[in-house]
Design a binder for this molecule. Structure first.
Ligand code: GNR
Ligand code: NI
Length: 193
């Protein structure tokens, strides 16, 4: 098991279309297990392979709620085979768009067809947060983020803020490489100049 670094927007890899897996082999199972561990650690309720820089159609989810206790769901090549006409609105967030949340409208119920960890074909009917989350994860496999479902004004504002935060972090890290004397060290005779 391993924790994988999560990419944040804007990153060109998050805009790419992922390729189906040919089979759920040992490599894909390893990826699923690492993604699940990474998702729990984040913490999040879903994660798609492109978020960890792997452009394969693999997603993991775990919606642990009073009304929907599915346990961990590991899916390869997931596809929506049925969607309801009526919509539901959820306030969505994304590990690749940290600290930003927006209402997104999607079909309220969907049926998803996928290969499970054993490579067995499954059909799962979903509603509520699980339906929303599965659609959010499959969007990732097509290079779509939840901010692509909101107004371009709001989207561009979020992307600008994310870029600014990243630049500040990079600047702090660059300065951190040559650590300046801390206040405590300055007071300590052993660190006197
Ligand atoms: O952890 C997550 N929470 C969430 C909340 C509402 C709608 C979608 C999600 S998915 C998100 C984790 C994530 O970024 N998955 O791609
Ligand atoms: Ni996401």
């Amino acid at each position: 098991m391993a924790l994988l670094p999560i990419l944040t927007a804007p990153d060109p890899r998050l805009k790419k279309k992922s390729l189906p897996v040919e089979a759920v082999d040992a490599g894909v199972r390893q990826l699923m297990d690492d993604m699940l561990e990474t998702m729990y650690a984040a913490p999040g309720i879903g994660l798609a392979a492109p978020q960890v820089g792997v452009l394969k159609r693999v997603i993991v989810l775990d919606i642990d709620r009073e009304d929907t206790r599915t346990g961990p769901l590991l899916m390869a090549n997931p596809e929506i085979v049925e969607a309801s006409d009526d919509d539901a609105t959820y306030e969505e967030g994304c590990l690749s768009v940290p600290e930003h949340y927006s209402d997104v409208v999607r079909p309220a119920r969907v049926t998803v067809r996928y290969l499970d960890r054993d490579g067995k074909k499954q059909d799962l009917a979903c509603e509520g947060l699980l339906a929303t989350c599965i659609q959010h994860e499959i969007d990732h496999l097509d290079g779509i983020l939840f901010i692509d479902h909101i107004s371009s004004l709001k989207r561009n504002m979020i992307l600008r803020k994310l870029l600014k935060t990243r630049k500040e972090k990079e600047r702090d890290e660059a300065e951190g490489k040559a650590p300046s004397r801390t206040r405590d060290q300055a007071k300590d005779p052993e660190h006197a100049l």
